[in-house]
Design a protein around this ligand. Sequence first.
Ligand code: ATP
Length: 513
Amino acid sequence: MAQEDVFKKIVSHCKEYGFIFPSSEIYDGLAAVYDYGQNGVELKNNIKKYWWDSMVLLHENIVGIDSSIFMHPTIWKASGHVDAFNDPLIDNRDSKKRYRADNLIEDKIAKYDEKIQKEVDKAKKRFGDAFDEAKYRTTSPRVVEEQKKRDALHERYTKAMQGPDLKELKQIILDEGIVDPISGTKNWTDVRQFNLMFKTEVGSTADGASTIYLRPETAQGIFVNYLNVQKTGRMKLPFGIAQIGKAFRNEIVARQFIFRMREFEQMEMQFFVKPGTEKEWFERWKQIRMKWHQALGFGAENYRFHDHEKLAHYANAATDIEFLMPFGFKEVEGIHSRTDYDLKQHEKFSGHQIKYFDPETKESYTPYDIETSIGVDRMVLSVLCHSFCEENLENGETRTVLRIPPQLAPIKLAVMPLVKKDGLAEKAQDIVRNLRFHFTTKYDEKDSIGKRYRRQDAIGTPFCVTVDYDTLQDDSVTLRLRDTMEQKRVKIAELQSLIEDQVSITSLLKKLD
Ligand code: ATP
């Protein structure tokens, strides 16, 4: 099945099984805004806990905060967002659709890469074991030709983005013959800059209302609290401040479901270090964060680093952690060495000294900062995409199962009475009452047992327990496992110890130690 179709299935599965709904659906929705349903919110909370604990619990020198969404508007002047948080947009006059000019060009570069890769793959098949890929890439006339075109475009694009030079971006689109994917035409408008911040007003107009912004990232709330936390927590360098919270961006092209939303959630950690040690810490955080992702067991081959060639003006190193989604490798997390830029800017704009007094060297200086910034929603999407699975069973039936890591699954255990009568329902409810203190346990009595299993498979519940007539005699139940569908008889008293460790976030955290 084409990956596009798989993705469509995942999106409709999310709605059908209470993970993610389009926002304001009964009013026909609101573009690029989504709501989490009863299962989605549990999954999301588990991801947040995994991240939070991995930062705050496992690192003695990292503490958390929760800053507000509204902040003094000068913060966004200082951070550069008012002047430079722009995307270059372009419209197609025929389809009346709006695009990001940089994305159109990046897609074209990816097309060259694909074409080259196809040639290489074909040759690999032809030559078998004797194939020397490096040699082929430098000698095959067709590959060399395409690579030349690709590199020239890349160089021209990187230069154009530095200004950015909007005229040049349009010229590249024209010269490369890039057409609108809907209308198929090259009838483009000029490229314009578009600021991504949402504005609103505080105070009544009579009092003189002032414009403020919905924060486009949570990071600035950390920078402006640096001194508060450092002083009250008596923090010594290196130390980190973590935060989870909503961020808002008026994305020009919001697409791919919850991958690019206008309201989303970020988990950010700013790690303050002594100047000169930032490169070393940047490398360390790259490794720590990659380990966090890979501990979920989705396979190392599905992740890669994408180092930035073009660095933001405040960064001296940057990389993305990309995950293989059904629509290709995509950024899930950014790791940036942000130097002392943000603290210095806030010092300048606020007039307050923002420094660290080093008790060892007796010097005061502005710390450097390493940022790890990950989108909660993109994490939810990667978990769902990787877990979604349609299986053909031996009896000819198919089942849809979400193989969510048990530690992140919305419900850990479903308890089902075989029938509702003869005291079986009460027995099952007793089990729920005891186990719900330890992990999310739900009671389920509707439909046949087979249908109930399928329903739990579809939301990723790793364990089901069936209470039958024997249970009343010997206090044993049938424990059924989601992934293998294996069933075994166990004592009720054993359930907690059999399940708890496998579903707890602690078991994931232990893999990081
Ligand atoms: P992109 O290049 O995809 O627009 P970005 O580089 O602007 O992302 P950052 O500013 O580094 O993203 O934000 C950090 C993280 O926040 C991203 O890695 C991503 O997981 C998440 N994120 C950013 N924008 C969005 C969005 N519109 N919707 C959902 N998550 C987002």
